[in-house]
Design a protein around this ligand. Structure first.
Ligand code: 5CA
Ligand code: ZN
Length: 418
């Protein structure tokens, strides 16, 4: 599938700082330490109700990880999936009387436009389930042959007891797993399952649902196997980051890791499992089911500058559940205006200390709010001295061009164009 266009990333003087990230599996912040190229898989959208600000915040967080890695000299190989066949998409298409594939295609287009407008760097591989059915079928056939999966009334299930260390990624206890599994697309109570937490790998044909004719018979892929298979094909095992929102910690990332590990015999699937907090509105998680969505495209249509949306979403820690407010957007617009005014001053102050501070903030588990504050301090000082010192020659020669450096570091590290 075609990704969206990339915006250039300016390179910055001097060495970057190695990225440390919080890993859900270990419960601690630790060095990411990629071996050369950093490999990252981030779970993509199920294409309906795209792109709300929760989606945007999540993809922005991983965009920041990519920028810090690149600044530290690591090329990045980034893969994202699209869940372009799954129950919620089919249910929405049926509810609005639209063909599911047409709905998916138009929502993916909208998502691409929003991501490009927000200057989120595109994945190297953007891969749908529809184009991965053959790979999924091969993987399910292998799991069946290995005894890690079984048939149940025309469907195939993964046997969690075949996993080497099921539960290590989320750290959830059994009761929490069962509860979350039921809430998030699982079917713990289906009669005939060997274990309530066994997950659907292949769904036999149902009236009115899409199906493919395969060596498993007719049917369509389940959810978790999709991400395991796409990540394995395009990245392999031992990836540096498996990412997504905190609503994917269990069951999705637990199951996709267990599946990748069962398929390859290697462990672990990812060295860091990284999860973003949920963006909420008026005290509730922003979600399709609650219908309390604020869309990037609607804000853009209303004339809001994408860079202000980007700054508003970066003004908080990616792991914290946080609220979207109009006030935050206003603050971001003011901040953007302040930064732009500061880099237009004829003689702004040196910015090399700012670059060092930004690198430290971002490398420390992506402290974007701290990085934004650092730029603010520079801009406020620049504007104060700019208005106090009339005329040229206020700072010494030989500092390079501070305004150009600030434009480049705000662009390269924060993805914000001034
Ligand atoms: N297609 C699956 C992943 S394979 C999926 O979860 N799709 S989604 O469209 O529901 O969500 C896309 C991404 O946005 C996921 O990483 C999800 O965790 C994240 N997300 C969804 N709602 C929010 C929210 N309110 N705040 C932050 N992130 C969110
Ligand atoms: Zn996924």
């Amino acid at each position: 599938m075609r990704p969206w266009p990339a915006t250039p990333v300016p390179s910055l003087p001097g060495p970057g700082v190695p990225l440390r990230l919080f890993d859900t599996a270990s419960g601690a912040v630790g060095p990411t330490a990629p071996e050369g190229t950093a490999r990252m898989f981030v779970c993509g959208i199920t294409p309906y109700d795209a792109t709300h600000l929760g989606h945007a915040a999540t993809y922005l967080a991983f965009d920041m990880a990519q920028r810090v890695w690149r600044d530290a000299g690591h090329p990045v190989r980034y893969v994202q999936n699209v869940t372009d066949v799954d129950d919620p998409l089919l249910e929405r298409a049926a509810a609005i009387g639209q063909d599911w594939a047409a709905l998916a295609a138009s929502e993916i287009d909208l998502f691409r436009d929003d991501m490009a407008a927000l200057r989120v760097l595109p994945p190297d591989e953007y891969v749908g389930v529809v184009e991965s059915v053959g790979d999924v079928v091969g993987a399910v056939a292998q799991l069946l042959a290995d005894g890690a999966a079984y048939w149940l009334d025309g469907d195939v299930y993964f046997r969690v007891s075949a996993a080497r260390d099921f539960g290590y990624e989320s750290g959830c206890d059994a009761a929490t797993m069962t509860e979350l599994f039921a809430q998030r697309g699982g079917d713990p109570d289906r009669p005939g399952k060997r274990d309530p937490l066994d997950s659907l790998l292949w769904r036999g044909p149902r009236p009115g649902e899409p199906r493919w004719d395969t060596e498993l018979g007719r049917g369509r892929p389940g959810w978790h196997i999709e991400c395991a298979v796409i990540a394995l094909r395009h990245l392999g095992m031992g990836i540096d980051v498996q990412g997504g929102g905190s609503d994917l910690i269990f069951p999705h990332h637990e199951h996709s890791a267990a599946l990748a590990e069962a398929l390859t015999g290697a462990h672990p699937f990812a060295r860091h499992y990284v999860h973003t907090g949920m963006i909420g509105l008026d005290g509730e998680k922003m979600s399709k089911s609650r219908g309390n969505l604020v869309f990037v495209s609607k804000l853009r249509e209303a004339g809001v500058e994408p860079m202000a949306i980007r700054l508003a979403l970066l003004d908080g820690h990616y792991r914290a559940d946080r609220e979207w407010t109009d006030a935050a957007l206003v603050r971001a617009g003011e901040r953007l205006a302040r930064w732009r005014a500061a880099v237009r001053l004829p003689d702004p102050p040196d910015a090399r200390a700012l670059l060092a501070e930004m690198r430290d903030r971002l490398a420390d588990d992506l402290d974007t709010a701290g990085a934004l504050d650092a730029v603010d301090q520079w801009a406020v000082a620049a504007l104060a001295s700019g208005s106090a010192v009339a005329g040229p020659g206020a700072s010494g020669a030989g500092d390079g061009d501070p305004a150009a450096l600030v434009r480049d570091l705000v662009d390269g590290l924060l993805g914000v164009r001034l």
